[in-house]
Design a protein. Structure first.
Length: 165
């Protein structure tokens, strides 16, 4: 009887070792899969952030080009309203139709710039009295959004009427 119990114990132990070994391998493989998947997601998000930054920089430069073509175009745009760039080999302009950028959405928003009447320094629009809108300066914000990775990059720059047209 003792021999039979011993043989049964060895077989049971082997089965337990197989179950534990399989569980360990499953956990390790699941961890590896999750890590690789996480690395790919981080890589995609980083790639989208870099591309969005370049697109935002391009947008600021395009608006500077438009400003250099004539301040009246910039001054005539509505403030605090999203606009869109239209970039083609022949012309760069600002319109109301969204650009056809694959995987990205780019908007351009112009804001009034306020100056303190006494010092001529730029002040916040919410600051107290003693300020006025500077008709020769605008704040432009170019925002690029990548929906697939939920990345948003916004760059801002002040534009001035360099030639006081």
């Amino acid at each position: 009887m003792a021999g039979a119990a011993h043989a049964f114990g060895v077989r049971g132990t082997g089965l337990i070792e197989i179950v534990i070994g399989t569980a360990i391998i499953t956990v390790v493989l699941a961890f590896c899969f999750a890590a690789v998947n996480g690395f790919f997601l981080i890589g995609k998000k980083t790639s989208d952030r870099i591309a969005a930054t370049y697109l935002a920089e391009e947008g600021v430069e395009a608006v500077r080009f438009i400003r250099d073509s004539g301040w009246a175009t910039i001054a005539g745009l509505s403030v605090d309203t999203p606009h869109y760039l239209a970039i083609s080999p022949a012309i760069i302009s600002i319109g109301s139709t969204p650009e056809a950028l694959p995987d990205f959405e780019r908007t351009v928003t112009f804001r009034d710039v306020y100056r303190a009447n006494a010092s001529d320094d730029i002040v916040a629009s919410t600051s107290p009295a003693g300020k006025s809108v500077d008709p020769n300066t605008k704040l432009v914000e170019v925002s690029v959004y990548a929906p697939r990775s939920d990345v948003r990059v916004t760059l801002a720059a002040y534009l001035t009427n360099l030639w006081q047209e």
